[in-house]
Design a protein. Structure first.
Lengths: 328, 260
């Protein structure tokens, strides 16, 4: 069963242009100039019910604009879309009963009140019975490990704690589809993992479909089975995450800090050394050519490790690779 | 009925939020009442000197100022975001309301309560009580007139602030016309000629927030009730229409928002 069907979706914004400085402002006041920005350009894709779909791309790629059109927040400039059988911008209210949304940059919890108060308010907004709301809160409290957080005013929660409560609140009405726009933005590794685990659990236990936008490749690896990469409002890649990983997410960036000073001619076979400091080294390697195991044993053999960070390359780099491949 | 339950839930949450800061809540309520007393003292001094302005005395001012304060207060208390709508639209903060299954306009404007509104609302009743026109019948008419004047006032705010859909931030313009509405609302209507009166019923419907409700409170007539009802329904319909037309042009935004 299809949960999202998008055909040739388009969104164009009209933006005022102004030269820098006061004289530019004066000219714009007398004779304003506008330009059109095509945020989404003929986008077409499908998403099956219960699927975990990653919708990724760099900043300004059109991810959030697409999500906003799919929730009925924005009217498109052209094209068609159906979400759970509803046309979002025409049947926004009906659709909202069946979907949950989280915008990482836009909190929905009431800032001065404990999260529990927003949960209760959402129960009323979604017309849930009081008993049902209570039961559901208990379930989500356990799934998202937020029992001790519910009675604390939201303003006093950490960003990670708040995001767990935000996602839990968006699931209160048992939506069939969850649209997450950058849910992990600004979170540390542990907080990201908490959110990812809870979302995966909701997908397995309740069959909630998840459309996730992110510019963190880690979100994608951890949660999604299929991925759509967008850039400049267009799809540049669409495949299984396992294929994307195999083809493009092959580089790992490693930052190591040692207890003792590092030798200036620090080197490992098959590894590109990006920077050698007094106590730290930054390096990059291709997992298809050099095994993670061998790099790790070299690193630990070079001295006592105080700290280590292993990360994926920025998504911009992955997209550049995708482009390179497409252009031969 | 469904929307009333929802509104009660929102107001309940608003009140809880406002009462999180007890001192600020109480000082706003009491401070606003004191502010109104001080402002009205100027009119008392004025009417002590002139007694009557084309048949309009200090007692009429008590009623007019009372109904104006109460209707202003009720909008500020129950639909506080009507004052912030332009800012919410221009900064793309309607997203939150659009993602929930409720009428956007109602949900947006009801999602903020200013505690000072309670001070204005209560002050209005005191002003009416001091006017010398007080009767129990009159009190019932006062409540009805306040509700209708508040509807006109909220609609006027929605109309002017919704211009933000077309012209971007309209907060300053909206404040300008809001001040005009309140200033003309308190002036004795007998001062104005028929052209000015036409403006005060249409472009800046101050008469529907001050003089006409006050006339209805002093003595019941079907004609004045009809004028009030027509004004309230007309302006409300127009405000909803303009807001919904504007909503199609809504462009959201990417500003990071810290709180709801």
């Amino acid at each position: 069963m299809t949960s999202i069907e998008v055909t040739n979706l388009q969104k164009t914004f009209q933006t005022k242009r102004k030269a820098a400085g006061l004289s530019g402002s004066m000219r714009a006041l007398i004779k304003p100039e506008y330009s059109l920005i095509e945020a989404v350009h003929n986008l077409s894709f499908r998403m099956e019910a219960g699927e975990l779909l990653g919708f990724i791309g760099p900043n300004g790629a059109g991810k959030s604009t697409t999500i906003k059109m799919l929730t009925g927040i924005l009217h498109p400039s052209g094209g068609e879309a159906k979400v759970l059988g509803f046309i979002p911008w025409k049947e926004r209210q009906k659709l909202a009963y069946h979907i949950g949304t989280v915008f990482g940059q836009r909190p929905q919890l009431w800032y001065h009140l404990p999260a529990m108060d927003t949960f209760i308010l959402f129960g009323k907004i979604y017309e849930l019975d009081d008993k049902e709301t209570k039961k559901r809160i208990e379930y989500l409290t356990e799934a998202f490990e937020i029992k001790d957080l519910l009675d604390v005013p939201v303003r006093k929660l950490s960003l990670g704690q708040r995001m767990r409560c935000e996602v839990a609140a968006s699931l209160l009405h048992r939506p069939k589809l969850l649209l997450l726009d950058e849910p992990s933005i600004g979170l540390d590794v542990v907080a990201k993992q908490h959110i990812r685990d809870a979302i995966k659990r909701m997908n397995q236990e309740e069959g909630v479909g998840v459309l996730l936008t992110s510019h963190d490749a880690g979100d994608l690896e951890a949660m999604c089975r299929r991925v759509i990469v967008v850039n400049h409002g267009q799809i540049v890649y669409e495949d299984k995450v396992s294929n994307l990983k195999r083809k493009f997410l092959t580089t790992k960036l490693v930052e190591v800090r040692y207890a003792e000073e590092v030798s200036k001619d620090y080197a490992i076979d098959g590894v590109e050394i990006l920077k050698v400091g007094h106590y730290g080294v930054k390096l990059k390697f291709d997992t298809t050519k050099t095994s993670v195991d061998s790099v790790m044993s070299h690193l630990s053999g070079a001295g006592d490790i105080v700290d280590i960070t292993i990360s994926d390359p920025p998504l911009e780099e992955v997209i550049a690779k995708i482009y390179q491949e497409a252009n031969g | 009925m469904k929307e009333l339950k929802f509104l009660i839930a929102i107001w309940n949450t608003n009140l809880q939020s406002a009462m999180e800061y007890r001192a600020a809540f109480l000082t706003q309520v009491i401070g606003m009442m004191a502010n109104n007393f001080i402002y009205f003292a100027i009119w008392i001094i004025f009417f002590e000197r002139f007694k009557d302005v084309r048949g309009w005395g200090v007692n009429d001012m008590y009623v007019t100022f009372g109904v104006l304060a109460s209707s202003f207060g009720i909008v500020n208390l129950l639909f506080g975001n009507a004052f912030m709508l332009s800012d919410i639209i221009a900064k793309g903060r309607l997203d939150y309301y659009l993602s929930l299954p409720r009428p956007v306009l109602l949900h947006t404007i009801a999602s903020r309560s200013a505690a000072s509104g309670m001070g204005d609302f209560l002050y209005g009743f005191i002003s009416y009580g001091l006017s010398g026109y007080f009767t129990w019948d009159g009190l019932a008419r006062y409540v009805l007139a306040t509700l209708l004047a508040a509807t006109v006032f909220a609609s006027f705010l929605i109309l002017t602030q919704s211009l933000a859909f077309w012209f971007g931030m309209m907060t300053n313009f909206s404040n300008l016309v809001l001040n005009a509405m309140l200033t003309f609302g308190i002036y004795p209507i007998t001062l104005f000629d028929s052209y000015a009166k036409l403006i005060l019923f249409t472009l800046i419907p101050a008469a529907l927030m001050g003089a006409i409700p006050a006339e209805f409170i002093r003595a019941f007539t079907w004609q004045v009730l009809g004028e009030l009802l027509l004004g309230a329904i007309g302006f409300l319909s127009l405000a909803i229409f303009v807001f919904n037309r504007g909503l199609r042009r809504y462009e959201s935004g990417s500003a990071i928002q810290i709180e709801v």
